[in-house]
Design a protein around this ligand. Structure first.
Ligand code: ADP
Ligand code: MG
Length: 340
């Protein structure tokens, strides 16, 4: 709920930041609550409310298809999705939509680039954390940590090379019956990127804080203003940034977390320790590609500052880190984006 409220605050801020400019086109906003288990907001100018509504609806419909394809928890009639692939681990290849093949191909690239820190084959480990977190959120008094022995047993089965993507046959086969896919670190940003690539210019699309601008917000080239959330919550943002085109994505320890014995345990897991990474409160990435931004935000969250800086050198991306004492660190060009 906190996450939803803070995102709505962000949406409101984006809107108010855009008011007051008079040309014949007006600005509209649409909000959807049913995609990727988070809040989606679309803001932009259009000739009429009806024209905007149609644009927003088609973006919603496309995102809904991605949501269903990449879902690991639910089945949908007539859809072979990631859950279908997981259910068939060790049993049979599953014929899937080309968008699943394309996502998994990029996931392999990001796995290699991050030295395995972002590993979508870690589903068996992540599921143990997911279950413990859901139970802990529903019943905080009895909140517990995943069993260490179970975590270690699951970690025996997180080898991405067990995921065989056959592009010619359009199939995916997990050869190890205990390996599971979980694309939570990448899929939202990746889907936003696909949608943004074909959306009209001049929109700002946010799916749970994976923000993408398809062009400046008006004909005179005025950039959008987007906010970097304070990990401690509240209405105070750490920064507002200019964004005309491209993406801003934040990974934070406040996004999905629960408390055990007074300690916060969040949803970004270091594949080496099998525990939530504790060094950072949040990492924000700004770069042209939203899928890459999502992968990098998770990767930098589990890497040290030096390792993260080194990784960034390979990409056209800027980053800002916030540590547990509230200290902020910036990659060299990030500060050029800051408005306040
Ligand atoms: P959010 O989904 O809140 O935007 P992230 O992009 O950082 O945050 O993704 C976190 C999600 O990614 C987790 O919920 C989990 O499903 C998955 N995940 C967590 N740690 C890793 C990891 N080291 N490698 C791959 N996926 C991970
Ligand atoms: Mg991510």
């Amino acid at each position: 709920m906190k996450r939803i409220i803070s995102l709505l605050v962000l949406a409101a801020l984006l809107l108010s930041g855009c008011a007051g400019r008079q040309t014949e086109k007006k600005q509209y906003q649409a909000t959807f609550l049913t995609l990727f288990d988070t809040v989606t907001s679309i803001v932009g100018r259009a000739d009429s409310e009806e024209a905007f509504r149609q644009t927003a609806q088609s973006i919603h419909d496309e995102l809904l298809e991605y949501h269903q394809l990449f879902d690991i928890y639910n089945d949908y009639d007539g859809v072979a999705n990631l859950k279908t692939i997981n259910d068939n681990a060790g049993l049979a290849p599953v014929k899937v939509d080309g968008r699943i093949l394309a996502l998994l191909k990029d996931c392999k690239t990001y796995y290699e680039a991050t030295g395995g820190k972002v590993n979508v084959a870690m589903g068996s480990v992540l599921r143990l954390w997911h279950e413990a977190r859901e139970d802990g959120i529903n019943d905080p008094v009895h909140a517990y940590l995943p069993d260490r022995a179970k975590l270690e047993a699951a970690a025996e089965h997180m080898d991405l090379s067990a995921v065989i993507v056959d592009e010619a046959a359009s199939t995916v086969f997990i050869t190890d019956p205990q390996v599971r896919l979980d694309v939570g670190a990448i899929a939202k940003g990746w889907s936003v990127q696909q949608v943004c690539a074909s959306a009209p210019s001049g929109l700002l699309i946010s799916v749970g804080g994976n923000v993408c601008a398809t062009g400046p917000k008006d004909e005179t080239g005025t950039p959008w203003v987007v906010a970097v959330q304070n990990p401690d919550g509240g209405d105070e943002h750490l920064h507002t940034l200019y964004l005309s085109r491209g993406s801003m994505v934040t990974s934070g320890d406040y996004q999905r977390a629960y408390v055990v014995d007074g300690e916060l345990y969040h949803h970004i897991i270091d594949p080496n320790t099998l525990y939530p990474s504790t060094q950072w409160r949040s990492v924000t990435i700004v770069c042209p590609d939203s899928g890459l931004a999502d992968a990098l935000s998770t990767a930098l969250f589990v890497l040290s500052l030096e390792e993260g800086q080194k990784l960034l050198e390979q990409f056209d991306a800027k980053a800002m880190w916030v540590d547990r004492e509230g200290n902020r660190f910036y990659s060299p060009e990030f500060e050029n984006l800051i408005r306040t």
